[in-house]
Design a protein around this ligand. Structure first.
Ligand SMILES: NC(=O)C1=CN([C@@H]2O[C@H](COP(=O)(O)OP(=O)(O)OC[C@H]3O[C@@H](n4cnc5c(N)ncnc54)[C@H](O)[C@@H]3O)[C@@H](O)[C@H]2O)C=CC1
Ligand SMILES: O=C(O)CCC(=O)C(=O)O
Length: 527
């Protein structure tokens, strides 16, 4: 069935096109209220948001099919990542898509504040030619304090260096080596740094630590006439007291792109001409929008296929070379999980997975998640099992899971074997298309490409059995497309695996059971 993606905020056309190219149905519904989102979300497999949609715990609770939430940008403070993780929903972003745009917007606001650009423009539009009141200051040889030396802070440092600025910074999580590379003198407490700066810019995530990080005490400690910029998140500067310090002339100007409550049409800053305000434009460039759209479209497709999403925030990153080796095994593991569910009765107490050969360096969490997904979905016990919640789901269902690796896969270049309470299935991938082939089944060596429907017989090996099966199926209009018989002479047992076509009903299964003496097991498996 076609997977559905809900896009609740404006996404670049290139991103929408990419989602469609991936065979996904895309519905763009802008400006939804939280209630409308809660009503709509059960229909969707993926959700794309930017910063305005609040993906709350309530939204996530209603999202019964949702596998992935993609933030077309950097900050995910509008998504309840903890609730998503508990629900097995991948949360990812496009962390490098808009960082250049955000860094350039920072430089733009610094320059606009330093040179009174917005005020001069307004004066010109009012028909004036007034120069005296718009005398500005240079960035050259001024000190810029950067709070947060991550991706955007780093790009701002590079750009500010080109302007000949002296750089100081505060970021307790930044290594001295990185600071040195960026040409930033790193301080380990902000009090020491505040009096040094002519300009201050913040490039911090919105967290409990950073909200309200700048208030009256910090403003008072700053240099007279300091220029403040915020292209990160509203609330990092306390805006009420910022307005007081602007009014007093202690703060020379402020360039503010982000607000605590957006959209923001009124704030204590709105009355100050030297507060240069922009409506969250940091990432709003054609280039960044395009990058964010295309990147998250690729991540959504990967997440919905069960592959690893490189920018997932709630699962361990998997290096691309490991992903190349194991990614194609994810659907194979889902298939094996589903088959194990159909071969066994109860949910297994123990599930072991071994990746061998080239699949051995795998992050087995991905493969185990795929297996659990197949197993539990078949039993209708969980629709959403991803690497994000695989272990938690297994624990919840009382399944002990373990994974192992073997350097050699014997005759194959790679293989994965799964054992559920003693029932074992192994598979490999073959050919350029990486088709799944079963290589072991319940202890028998097989070599078969599983189709959508199969009959598996286990019985005492005696002549004439296959003839009986063939005529019962033939009478019922069931076509056998491939078949393999493997016997175990020591045990006197044989296993027969048949891919079949046609509608098989219970009466045919009953007839097979009646007519095959010493039948140990007969399974009708749908994959
Ligand atoms: N205005 C806009 O349109 C945009 C805004 N943003 C915002 O910019 C923020 C920064 O983005 P990136 O640089 O890509 O993030 P990043 O994760 O690369 O960097 C954040 C830095 O902040 C540091 N940090 C965290 N807590 C801190 C604390 N309490 N004190 C000092 N440093 C701390 C981290 O160590 C890290 O180096 C994002 O979280 C996002 O909210 C991002 C893109 C566009
Ligand atoms: O999507 C947007 O325009 C907001 C960008 C932003 O704030 C972010 O990426 O964190």
């Amino acid at each position: 069935m076609t997977k559905k993606v809900l896009v609740t905020e404006k996404l670049a056309q290139a991103g929408l096109d990419r989602l469609a190219e991936k065979g996904l149905q895309v519905d763009v519904k802008l400006k939804m209220s939280t209630d409308e989102l809660i009503e709509a979300i059960p229909d969707y497999d993926a959700l794309v948001v930017r910063s305005a949609t609040h993906v709350t715990r309530e939204v996530i609770a209603a999202a019964s099919k949702l596998r992935i939430i993609a933030r077309a940008g950097v900050g995910v403070d509008n998504v309840d990542v903890e609730a998503a993780t508990e629900a097995g929903i991948i949360v990812c972003n496009a962390p490098t898509s808009n960082i250049v745009s955000a860094a350039e917007q920072t430089m733009c606001l610094m320059l606009a504040c330093a040179r009174n650009t917005a005020q001069a423009n307004a004066s010109m539009h009012a028909g004036e030619w007034s120069r005296g009141k718009f005398c500005g200051s240079e960035l050259y040889e001024k000190t810029l304090a950067i709070f947060g030396l991550g991706r955007i802070g780093g790009l701002v440092a590079e750009r500010a260096r080109a302007f000949g600025m002296h750089l100081v910074g505060y970021d307790p999580y930044c290594s001295p080596e990185r600071a040195e590379q960026l040409g930033v003198a790193l301080y380990d407490n902000m009090e020491e740094l505040l009096p040094l700066a002519d300009f201050i810019t913040v490039h911090l995530p919105k967290t409990d630590e950073t909200i309200g990080m700048f208030g009256p005490e910090q403003y008072a400690a700053m240099k007279d006439g300091v220029i403040l910029v915020n292209v990160a998140r509203g609330g990092i500067y306390n805006v009420d007291s910022l307005a007081d310090f602007l009014a007093a002339g202690k703060i020379g100007a402020a360039g503010i792109d982000v607000f605590e409550d957006e959209p923001c049409t009124q704030s204590p800053l709105h009355e100050f001409p030297n507060a240069i305000l922009t409506p969250h434009l940091g990432a709003y460039t054609y280039e960044a929008q395009r990058r964010a759209g295309v990147q998250i479209a690729d991540y959504i497709a990967a997440g919905l296929e069960g592959s690893v999403v490189p920018t997932a925030l709630n699962m361990a990153p998997v290096p691309p070379e490991v992903m190349d080796a194991v990614g194609p095994y994810v659907p194979a593991c889902q298939m094996m999980g589903s088959m194990l569910a159909q071969l066994g009765g109860e949910v297994p107490k123990r599930l072991s997975l071994t990746a061998s050969g080239k699949a051995a360096p795998a992050d087995a969490t991905i493969l185990m998640a795929g297996t659990l997904q197949g197993l539990l979905s078949y039993k209708n016990l969980a629709t959403v099992v991803t690497p994000v919640n695989a272990e938690a789901v297994a624990r919840r269902h009382g399944i002990r899971v373990d994974t192992g690796a073997h350097a050699s896969a014997g005759a194959y270049s790679s293989s994965v074997t799964v054992v559920a309470d003693g029932r074992e299935i192994g598979c490999t991938l073959s050919g350029e298309d990486q088709h799944v082939r079963l290589i072991s089944l319940l202890g028998y060596k097989v070599d078969i490409a599983p189709g959508p429907q199969a009959l598996i017989f286990q019985y005492e090996d005696r002549p004439g059995r296959v003839g009986t099966i063939g005529s019962i199926l033939g009478d019922a209009g069931i076509n056998i497309t491939t078949m393999q018989i493997v016997n175990d002479p020591e045990a006197g047992q044989a296993i027969v695996y048949m891919n079949i076509e046609g509608e098989l009903d219970d009466s045919v299964l009953a007839k097979l059971r009646e007519n095959l003496e010493d039948l140990k097991n007969l399974w009708y498996v749908k994959l």
